[in-house]
Design a protein around this ligand. Structure first.
Ligand code: ZN
Length: 404
């Protein structure tokens, strides 16, 4: 384990430019003019900014087309169109989920992401093939990324018989989180899907993270049904809803009811501020009320959209841009979603720039967090457990990892 002293950097949350010492994979000391241990490597940061490692808490690593020729987006307009189109393209290309997830993971490491929650497709057409591929990739990359896997029913649950059994098998084999997908819009059977998912979560003690694209009242009623089951099974604080477009469409009184449900059950909300004109939740209002927020890349260069690219500082910028945040507090909220918000939902302990915490951090040019978000410059150094895993925007990986 290397010992490294960073000199002359601004540390997020600290005044001035204190030294930061990393030893045995942890932040060993922060302070002015620390003594340089004889075995330490020194990094002169020249006024750059140290941020905690970025957290991409909503990704789809298994089905990216990253590393293959540019794929013009030809998906139809509806969610069902996009799902069916994706199945057809992935079947035709025959890519390896293990190799594809490794390819995009390297890109994420280069961008300063140190933790990731990825939804992995599971369904009767592909069984657990994608899940097993990502499990193998995770093992090969455990020194560079902490990865949490969501068993995700991309093709629906009740409309794809056999999916519940496959999801439960994935949980038995190590998926930490159980996913879901539009209980109404895709399954037309919200009771069936949610009762099935919550029963598995209850049996195995796993958390839930449900994709909810359904708009307006369809989404709002889904929230009520999710909250009802969260309460009944004592899962407060263990359920997240991703996208939650409907929260950006409700009348004020109805929205207040939704916020009360979210707070009562401590349900976290993921938004990646989708490309317009898709609605998305009023993030500052939710944050001010105390709703936990987090974000992620969602699918990167896949058949759904070519617009996401796996850079979580750019993601924070897009959240600020689409939300109309022009003040530093708003921009910092966007960065919070890509750091501490994601860390909380992933249950990370020892995260952040405090002495004793794990030395997962990224160094960028910039004076303040807001400046780093707006310009999202190249990452100068990325450290994972005190080891350099990326330098000047490129991942530094072992030969074994590079063969994937
Ligand atoms: Zn997603």
């Amino acid at each position: 384990m290397p010992t490294t002293l960073i000199r002359g950097a601004r540390l997020l949350g600290y005044a001035g430019t204190p030294d930061l010492l990393m030893r045995d994979g942890r932040i060993a000391a922060i302070g002015a003019d620390l003594a340089v241990p004889p075995d330490a490597e020194r990094i002169e940061a020249g006024g750059s900014l140290v941020l905690p490692g970025l957290v991409d808490a909503h990704a789809h690593l298994d089905k990216t087309l990253w590393g293959t020729p540019w794929h013009p987006n030809q998906a139809g307009p509806t969610l069902r169109d996009k799902i069916d189109h994706e199945r057809a393209v992935l079947k035709q290309l025959g890519l390896s989920p293990e190799q594809q997830s490794a390819r995009i993971l390297r890109r994420m490491v280069a961008c300063g992401t140190t933790h990731c929650r990825t939804h992995v497709d599971i369904g009767p057409d592909i069984g657990l093939k994608h899940f097993h591929g990502v499990l193998a990739m995770r093992e090969a990359h455990r020194e560079v990324m902490d990865l949490q896997i969501v068993a995700f029913p991309q093709t629906g649950v009740m409309v794809s018989p056999g999916t519940l059994d496959l999801l439960e098998q994935a949980v038995r084999e190590g998926a930490e989180v159980l996913g879901g997908l539009d209980p109404m819009g895709i399954d037309h059977d919200p009771k069936g899907q949610l009762d099935g998912l919550f029963a598995i979560a209850d049996r195995h003690g796993v958390e839930l993270d449900i994709h909810l694209h359904d708009r307006g009242e369809l989404g709002a009623v889904s929230f009520e049904m999710i909250a009802e089951r969260t309460r009944a099974l004592g899962l407060k604080g263990r359920v997240a809803v991703s996208h939650a477009f409907c929260l950006g469409q409700l009348e004020p009184q109805r929205l207040e009811k939704m916020i009360a449900l979210l707070l009562d059950n401590d349900i976290a909300i993921m938004s990646h501020a989708p490309s317009g004109p898709t609605p998305f939740p009023p993030l500052r209002l939710l944050h001010q009320r105390g709703v936990r927020l987090f974000t992620g890349s969602d699918g990167v260069r896949d058949t759904w959209s070519p617009l996401n690219n796996g850079d979580m500082l750019e993601r924070a910028y897009l959240i600020a841009y689409r939300s109309g945040f022009r003040d530093d507090a708003g921009i910092e909220l966007a960065l919070h979603m890509a750091t501490f918000g994601g860390a909380k939902v992933m249950g990370l302990r020892d995260y952040g720039l405090q002495v004793g915490n794990v030395a997962d951090l990224v160094i960028v040019e910039g004076e303040t967090a807001a400046e780093a978000v707006v310009f999202h410059p190249a990452r100068l150094w990325v450290f994972k457990r005190g080891r350099i895993v990326a330098r000047d925007g490129r991942a530094v990986l072992s030969e074994a990892q590079l063969t994937l």
